[in-house]
Design a protein around this ligand. Structure first.
Ligand code: GUN
Length: 309
C-alpha cells in the first residue's frame, strides 16, 4: 500500500482563501484591518523562519502584522512590557510570543508571558483561560497546530468520530490540545509519552496516529496499523549524513536536497510508514503550512469578537 497524501499545503491555501474576504469585511466595518503583534526574542534560526512565514502570510491576506524584536539578552520584564503594550493597543487583536524563549530567561518564562496575554487576544490559545475553555469544548481560540490538523483531517474526509486516536507527545502547545480537539469530535483518545510502556503496540491500535515527539523518524512501521491515517507534526533539522542515507536512498529527491543544503528537515515518521498507512502528511508540506493558516483564522476571529459580530 502507498499512503494517500494528506495535503496540508492545499488545505492551508483554502483556509487563506477563506480568510481574505473575512479580513476585507472586517476592514470595511472597523475602518482598519485586523492586527497581529508578533514578539520574537533572540535569534533561534527555526523561529526566524516561522516568524517570517507568519508575517508574509498575514500580509498576503490583508492583515496588519507587526514584529516586535528583542535580543537574546532581554529580560522577562522587557517581554512583559511589550505584551502589556500590545494588550492595550486598539490596533492589535492578536498577540503571539514565539516559542521557545531564550533558555537564559528561565524555565518559567513562557508560562509568565502566556499568562500575561489578554485572553481575548491570545491567538495561540495558550492562556489558562483559553485552555480551560478548550477542556470544556467552548474554545474560541485553540492552539494553531492542532486546530490545523483537525481542519486537515476533516477536509480530507478522515473519519474522526468513533475512531481510535493516539497522540504521541503531551506538550501544552500541541499534544494536549490535539487530544482534546479529537476527543470533542468523538474520537477515543490515548495520549502517549516518553514513559508509555509498549509504545509501538499502543500506537498500532489507532486509526488516527498523531506524532508530535520531535525525534526524526521515531515512528516506524511497527507503530502503525495498516490503513491508519498518520499525522506527522515533527520537524527535526538533520545534518547526520548516515541517518539521512538510512531514511532516503541516494538518488531520491530528499537525498538530493540534503546534498544541496547540508541538512534536511525530517519528520517524526519514518518514510517506511508510507507503505503501511492509509493516509499520511508529508514533511515538509503537511502540517507546517496549516499552523500559519490557523493563526490568520484565529486573528480574524479575535478581531471580530473584539469588535462585536
Ligand atoms: N513555536 C513553534 N510553533 C509555535 C506556535 O504555534 N506558536 C508559538 N507562539 N510559538 C511556536
Amino acid at each position: 500500500m502507498t499512503a494517500r497524501v494528506l495535503d496540508g499545503t492545499a488545505v492551508a491555501a483554502a483556509l487563506r482563501a477563506e480568510a481574505a474576504p473575512a479580513v476585507a469585511a472586517f476592514t470595511a466595518r472597523a475602518g482598519r484591518p485586523p492586527g497581529l503583534g508578533i514578539v520574537l526574542v533572540g535569534d533561534d534560526p527555526a523561529s526566524e523562519i516561522y516568524v517570517r512565514g507568519k508575517l508574509k502570510s498575514a500580509g498576503e491576506v490583508g492583515l496588519r502584522a507587526d514584529l516586535e524584536r528583542l535580543p537574546a539578552t532581554a529580560s522577562l520584564g522587557d517581554v512583559l512590557a511589550i505584551v502589556d503594550r500590545l494588550n492595550h493597543s486598539d490596533a492589535h487583536d492578536g498577540i503571539l510570543v514565539q516559542s521557545p524563549l531564550p533558555a537564559a530567561m528561565g524555565a518559567d518564562a513562557e508560562r509568565h508571558v502566556f499568562d500575561a496575554i489578554n485572553p481575548a487576544k491570545d491567538v495561540d490559545g495558550l492562556h489558562p483561560a483559553n485552555v480551560g475553555r478548550l477542556v470544556q469544548n467552548r474554545a474560541a481560540l485553540a492552539s494553531c497546530t492542532p486546530a490545523g490538523v483537525i481542519e486537515l483531517l476533516e477536509r480530507s474526509n478522515v473519519a474522526i468520530s468513533g475512531a481510535r486516536a493516539v497522540v504521541i507527545g503531551r506538550s501544552d502547545i500541541v499534544g494536549k490540545p490535539m487530544a482534546l480537539l479529537l476527543l470533542h469530535r468523538n474520537a477515543t483518545v490515548t495520549i502517549c509519552h516518553s514513559r508509555t510502556v509498549d509504545l509501538p503496540n499502543v500506537a498500532a491500535e489507532s486509526d488516527i496516529l498523531v506524532a508530535a515527539v520531535g525525534r526524526a523518524a521515531f515512528v516506524t512501521r511497527a507503530f502503525v496499523k495498516p490503513g491508519a491515517a498518520v499525522v506527522d507534526i515533527g520537524t527535526t533539522q538533520v545534518s547526520d549524513r548516515a541517518l539521512v542515507e538510512r531514511l532516503f536512498p541516494p538518488g531520491s529527491k530528499r537525498h538530493e536536497a540534503f546534498l544541496r543544503r547540508g541538512s534536511l528537515v525530517v519528520g517524526d515518521v519514518h518514510p517506511e510508514v508510507a507503505e503501511v498507512a492509509g493516509a499520511l502528511t508529508p514533511v515538509p508540506g503537511g502540517v507546517g503550512p496549516l499552523t500559519i493558516a490557523m493563526l490568520l483564522k484565529n486573528t480574524v476571529r479575535a478581531a471580530e469578537d473584539r469588535l462585536g459580530r
